[in-house]
Design a protein around this ligand. Structure first.
Ligand SMILES: *Cc1c(COP(=O)(O)O)cnc(C)c1O
Length: 394
């Protein structure tokens, strides 16, 4: 099918709720994707950090192929090996909790909100405090948890029971708590909000506030989890553990999967009948995610993230010294934000034309989230393009 025919189908038959680039992507391999015209793009955004092992990693492709030829779907009234194994990997690499599986980040957060509420329902507590500039998803409850007003327009009435406070401000959290508060929910590193990193004292302080007030600490690691920061989960940089954690994005390296992990004492509140997902934990998505965990281990990718993250930082800081247009470079591991002094969408568009995929968020922040197995030469290739574009828009 020609490019114009493909785009025509979207115009006629797909709801226009996305702003799309006029490009049809047809294949991917590692850090690269190709369009219909044979043009190659270096993908250093990994599609919102989804394709974290690169496009079509052979381990993941093989796992999907094998599972697809064996058993694709098992209803959750039965057992299957991949779901249990994946839960074990998540649990053993985090805080020894138990997992519920679903199909997206929003669903994982929705499950976390429901678990927090049902767990605290006997005490009459239901309110959840979330942070300004957060992003938790697009279902009604998760879009309400998301404190950025631009995501709320037109969807009132929103779900009751959410309170917003500024990020990284303990005092504001303390003031917002009342006897109905059951949870505090946040991203340890805000992604859509512009790569904002929680302070060390802040997360520790939140942990203490939660312990004192019998409040659940819910961490949304949908974007920051699965090795992105050089540890399996971003909270592991902080000497705390959450009560509930959510995952999605790179968990299945492109297969649709979300997960919520909870401490065991809390998890038991989700009794049979209280929550469910038809496709949640299906063998196909779980087999892909199992391959992701095993590849992170076998290829030593956490170490690579730390090394390549340091390298990218060094290079970006040098570029920032040279080009006045960069206001700040921040992040942990390979979750990096480059804040410009100008609006960043034009820069990102020009990079794309030059064959480099990045992303603009929070108006002026360029998100740089390469694959966990990225090599120096790819970072150099990408930063060369970015630097030239920055010179041209300056
Ligand atoms: C992307 C994202 C979500 C929502 O995930 P979906 O799979 O799009 O529902 C939730 N939280 C964070 C931090 C995210 O980055």
């Amino acid at each position: 099918m020609t490019e114009s025919k493909i785009i025509e189908n979207y115009k006629n038959y797909v709801i226009p709720n996305y702003t799309r680039n006029p490009i049809v992507l047809i294949k991917g391999d590692g850090v690269y994707v190709w369009d219909e015209n044979g043009k190659r793009y270096l993908d250093l955004f990994s599609g919102w950090a989804v394709s974290s092992l690169g496009h079509c990693h052979s381990n993941v492709a093989r796992a999907i192929q094998n599972q697809a030829a064996t058993l694709v779907h098992v209803p959750n009234t039965f057992y299957s090996e991949p779901q249990g194994l994946l839960a074990k990997y998540i649990s053993e690499n985090s805080f020894n909790g138990q997992c519920f599986f679903c199909n997206s980040g929003a669903e994982a957060n929705e499950a976390a909100i429901k678990l927090a509420r049902i767990h605290c329902s006997s005490k009459g507590k239901y309110k959840i405090i979330t942070m300004e500039d957060s992003f938790h998803g697009r279902t009604l409850a998760t879009v309400t948890a998301t404190a950025q007003p631009k995501y709320h327009d037109g969807f009132a009435p929103l779900v009751e029971g959410f309170t917003y406070v500024p990020f990284n401000d303990l005092g504001e959290v303390e003031r917002a708590i009342d006897d109905k508060t059951c949870g505090i929910m946040l991203e340890p590193i805000q992604g859509e909000g512009g790569i904002n990193i929680a302070d060390k004292e802040y997360l520790k302080g939140l942990r203490e506030i939660c312990d004192d007030g019998e409040i659940l600490l819910i961490l949304d690691e949908v974007q920051s989890g699965m090795g992105r920061t050089g540890k399996y989960f971003a909270y592991q940089h902080y000497d705390i553990i959450p009560d509930i954690m959510t995952l999605a994005k790179s968990l299945g390296n492109g297969t649709a999967i979300g997960a919520m992990e909870s401490r065991k004492e809390i998890a038991k509140s989700l009794v049979p009948g209280s929550h469910a997902s038809t496709f949640g934990g299906n063998p196909l998505a779980c087999a892909a995610s199992v391959a992701v965990f095993e590849t992170i281990q076998s290829e030593n990718l956490l170490e690579n993230v730390t090394k390549m993250g340091n390298y990218a930082f060094e290079q970006l800081r040098n570029i920032a010294k040279e080009l006045d247009i960069i206001k700040e470079v921040r992040g942990i591991g390979l979750m990096i934000g480059i804040e410009l002094k100008i609006e960043a969408s034009e820069t990102v568009k020009k990079c794309m034309e030059a064959g480099l995929l990045l992303n603009c968020t929070h108006e002026s922040v360029i998100r740089f989230m390469p694959q966990l197995n990225v090599k120096k030469e790819h970072i150099d290739e990408g930063l060369d393009i970015l630097k030239n574009v920055l010179k041209s828009v300056n």
